[in-house]
Design a protein around this ligand. Sequence first.
Ligand code: KIV
Length: 271
Amino acid sequence: MKNENFYPKVTTNTLLEMKNNGEKISMLTAYDFTFAKIIDDANIDVILVGDSASNVIAGNETTLPITLDEMIYHAKSVVKGVNRALVVVDLPFGSYQSDPKKALRSAIRIMKESGAHAVKLEGGQEVIQSIERIIKAGIPVMGHLGLTPQSIYKFGTYSVRAKEEKEAKQLLSDAKALEDAGCFATVLEKIPSKLAKKVTKLSSVPLIGIGAGNQVDGQVLVLHDLLGLTHEFNPRFLRRYLDLNKTVKNAVSNYINDVKNLDFPNENEMY
Ligand code: KIV
């Protein structure tokens, strides 16, 4: 491991400094105050209020249904729990694709109403004008290339992207376009590690991978997956650090038994 510096407050400049020092960036999702506070206390570098809230919090099959108001609600709760991490919020599907003015309005609402530090949006050259408009207004933007879940109905599956040369070339040129437009970092999701390594070498801004191998500048995972709260989702890139699904079920079963057997509350738990 590289000699780690401790950054009391993480900014977009910190991430660049970390890339230039060869220090890996850690990033996780959070959608509420309690988990945001726990992972911030653990010194996570970046907290993403991801539109994966649509799946793991709202129970939707895709990220498409979540609204801008719902993202702002999650982001507001997260920001209240954070002292150190950089908080990035996903612009949800439909809030930025139609035109740059709408994209800017959506980004401004997120920044103003939640107190977050940056926004993230999916796509390459097709959304460059929106990215430029948002950055011009002083709002930092994180890009997202490779598997972009808001386009799931175009892809048809959640399988690895950019395996073919044509798509790999497109991804390389999209990464460059995002960097030139001023994105402070980009997420690379589910692409071959060889390609991720190549893009990362060519990029002067941090590239953060999920299912993109270990030659990128940092890693991001969905917190609920890492904690083993979700069980249905089992991609190869996912490392579960806990089986909280089982732990929570056991705790709840014990509680139910105690209630049924008049074991809870006991003498010490009453007034
Ligand atoms: O919404 C999300 O959680 C994401 C990550 C998977 C990068 O975009």
